[in-house]
Design a protein around this ligand. Structure first.
Ligand code: ADP
Ligand code: MG
Length: 432
């Protein structure tokens, strides 16, 4: 096995304070929204109807969703851990605006490692003689925040001997990030297991009231750090996923909440009137959420889709073309976007994508430190993520909070890709 340090910027990056505060202020609203979508069968059905005809992976998830609902939910406690990601769009007059890139409702990562980055950058600034600046860096501990949600869900599940199960990858690539959250749970005297889908297939079982057991140990909470891309699944793993979803255990996220995080759902949320329907009686929350939206467009078959496809082919640099995938490196830009759209514009395959306005942040110089890479100054742009945590018992929301932030920075020549994809690095916001 090989251990490397996680990549990070040498220096913190400047972030406009007002936009940082705006992102924190809207997080509880986004938690409410995701939770509302996850309980709205009609909305999920209508929104994903066209997508599941052409996208096998979403269709498979949707099939489990339907099956679990038909049987009736055994789960009564719900735990959401999400991360809403933003960039700072630079307007023609030079002012920056907060624009949501996406919301991650499954396996949102780096809350653990980034609980340490502010200390690293504080040290760097002190070494540079910038003691005053070092003292300005905000403390940030998403690991504690995420663990507080998991602990709350575990407690409400109500079996003191039951454990929390981290569902992890076949090949461990980000184990230390997960350990930070895990250790917070051990500190609260909550036992944690790390298991893969294949372990669940081999050792998992449900009792008559659909309590989940792994080798005889009851599982209260399943925290997925896996299961968000098609490559995570073979036939056995799909069966294991179904077993988990049918169980009484608190899934973070349950299958409905995973579907609420699809790009197609994100695009439909931007239609006039949709947020109002999903969050009735909450006009201020709706306004705060909508203020973060970039232009999003459906490529469903029909006149609306034809028109926006033609616009994007004529002016590809204005847009990003996104399939229903997670994990970075899947989106299409520029000439490639034009070619692909040209090819699929008259086929139903078009429906598996959405189009989004391309966000254009103001670049800044920084050094990206990555194991075995040469050290050079780069023109960089940053993406701010806010972690959200909520717990619902039946219809009652018992916890709803923002749980810290993540700043990731990458060189401008990479259009796409996160930290796990080897493109972005961990950073700390320096508020201006
Ligand atoms: P994924 O689920 O793969 O993380 P994202 O929507 O977050 O998908 O896109 C991946 C990356 O692509 C982002 O981290 C960002 O760097 C870039 N990106 C996505 N949408 C836009 C956009 N509208 N404008 C500019 N860059 C974008
Ligand atoms: Mg992303």
């Amino acid at each position: 096995q090989v251990v490397n340090y996680a990549p990070f910027t040498l220096l913190p990056s400047a972030v406009p304070r007002a936009l940082f505060e705006q992102a924190y202020a809207v997080q509880q609203d986004f938690n409410l929204l995701v939770d509302a979508i996850s309980q709205n069968k009609e909305f999920l059905e209508q929104t994903l109807a066209s997508t599941i005809k052409v996208d096998d992976f979403t269709a498979r998830l949707f099939q489990i969703y339907t099956q679990v609902l038909e049987e009736g939910l055994a789960q009564t406690v719900f735990l959401g851990i999400n991360r809403s990601d933003y960039m700072f769009d630079c307007g023609l007059d030079g002012t920056a605006a907060l624009r949501q890139i996406e919301i991650n409702t499954i396996a949102a990562s780096f809350g653990g490692l980034t609980s340490r980055t502010a200390q690293v950058h504080g040290l760097v600034l002190k070494v540079l003689g910038k003691t005053e600046e070092a003292s300005q860096l905000l403390p940030n501990n998403p690991a504690e925040g995420l663990a507080s949600g998991i602990a709350k869900a575990w407690e409400l599940y109500g079996s003191p001997r039951a454990v929390v199960m981290f569902l992890v990858e076949e090949v461990q690539r980000n184990i230390f990030d997960q350990r930070c959250v895990e250790n917070e749970l051990w500190n609260r005297n909550i036992r944690v297991l790390r298991k893969r889908f294949r372990d669940v297939f081999e050792q998992g079982s449900l009792d008559a009231s659909r309590r989940l057991y792994m080798d005889g140990q009851e599982v209260a909470v399943v925290y997925y750090r896996e299961g968000y891309v098609p490559q995570n699944y073979d036939q056995q793993n799909w069966e294991a996923r179904l077993l988990l979803e049918r169980s009484r255990a608190v899934k973070c996220p349950d299958i409905a909440t995973q579907l609420a995080g699809t790009k197609k759902v994100q695009q439909e949320l931007s239609r006039p009137g949709t947020l109002e329907k999903l969050l009735p009686g909450l006009p201020q929350a709706v306004a705060r959420i909508r203020a973060t939206f970039a232009g999003l467009y459906s490529l469903d078959e029909g006149e609306e889709g034809d028109r926006i496809a033609a616009t994007a082919i004529a002016d590809p640099d204005r847009f990003v073309l996104k399939p229903q995938r997670e994990g970075g490196g899947n989106n299409l830009y520029g000439e490639e976007l034009r070619q692909v759209l040209e090819k699929i514009k008259d086929s139903p395959e078009r429906t598996s994508y959405i189009l989004m306005d391309k966000i254009k942040p103001q670049p800044a110089l920084n050094y990206l430190l990555r194991a075995h890479s040469p050290l050079q100054v780069s023109e960089c742009i940053s993406e701010l993520g806010i972690f959200g945590v909520y717990v619902r018992q039946g219809q009652e929301l018992v916890l709803n909070r923002a749980a810290g932030h993540l700043l990731r920075t990458k060189a401008v020549e990479h259009a796409d890709g996160g930290v796990a994809a080897g493109v972005a690095v961990l950073d700390t916001p320096y508020l201006l």
